[in-house]
Design a protein around this ligand. Structure first.
Ligand SMILES: Nc1ncnc2c1ncn2[C@@H]1O[C@H](COP(=O)(O)OP(=O)(O)OP(=O)(O)O)[C@@H](O)[C@H]1O
Ligand SMILES: [Mg+2]
Length: 165
């Protein structure tokens, strides 16, 4: 049985978002590209922080909203975490010269990919996080859209154990 694509999941609190990241972590491999979309405060960096913890990184995980890029040397690959909120266009992405960091042997995770639309390499998996209720509350909905076979395999890992597909 194949997973629905997009796969939509309810995340009642931040712990659920972190648990989702832990399910994705073992699926990441060199060359993987993950996009994270969602409004300010939707939980994109929270997701990445939990992912890095699950991959064995014990240090501080800062949001790249000002630096544009943070990188992590992990046992299996180097992970680049981007945030393009401050980009105005795809030209900014080209000017930044980050292309070389995306693709094997690295893993790339991009917050605000739409700010570099048209020039950024396509993702294996794209997660869309949104507030499910009050923006002061913890409820979120995440939609996962696969862009490649590798991304489709991730949907199986992301589906909760009672909804295996
Ligand atoms: N279900 C949830 N999932 C993720 N974070 C949540 C959830 N509920 C509450 N939070 C809280 O919301 C905040 C999300 O902040 P975070 O920096 O992860 O957002 P972001 O999407 O990366 O925003 P930005 O676009 O500004 O980078 C954190 O303080 C987190 O604890
Ligand atoms: Mg963020």
């Amino acid at each position: 049985m194949s997973c629905p694509d997009p796969l939509a999941l309810h995340l009642p609190d931040a712990r659920a978002t972190e648990a989702l990241a832990r399910r994705l972590a073992p699926r990441l491999a060199p060359g993987f590209v993950l996009y994270l979309s969602g409004d300010l405060g939707a939980g994109k960096t929270t997701f990445v922080r939990a992912l890095l913890r699950a991959l064995g990184f014990g240090g501080r995980v800062k949001s790249p909203s000002f630096s544009l890029l943070e990188s992590y040397d992990l046992s299996k690959f180097r992970l680049y975490h981007f945030d393009f909120y401050r980009f105005d266009s795809g030209q900014d992405w080209l000017d930044a010269g980050f292309e070389e960091f995306i693709g094997a042997p690295n893993v790339a995770i991009v917050e605000w990919p739409e700010r570099a639309a048209g020039t950024l390499p396509a993702p294996d998996l794209h997660l869309f996080l949104r507030f499910a209720g009050d923006t002061a509350g913890e409820e979120r909905i995440v939609e996962a859209v696969a862009g490649t076979e590798r991304g489709r395999a991730c949907l199986k890992a992301l589906a909760p154990t009672d909804e295996r597909c």
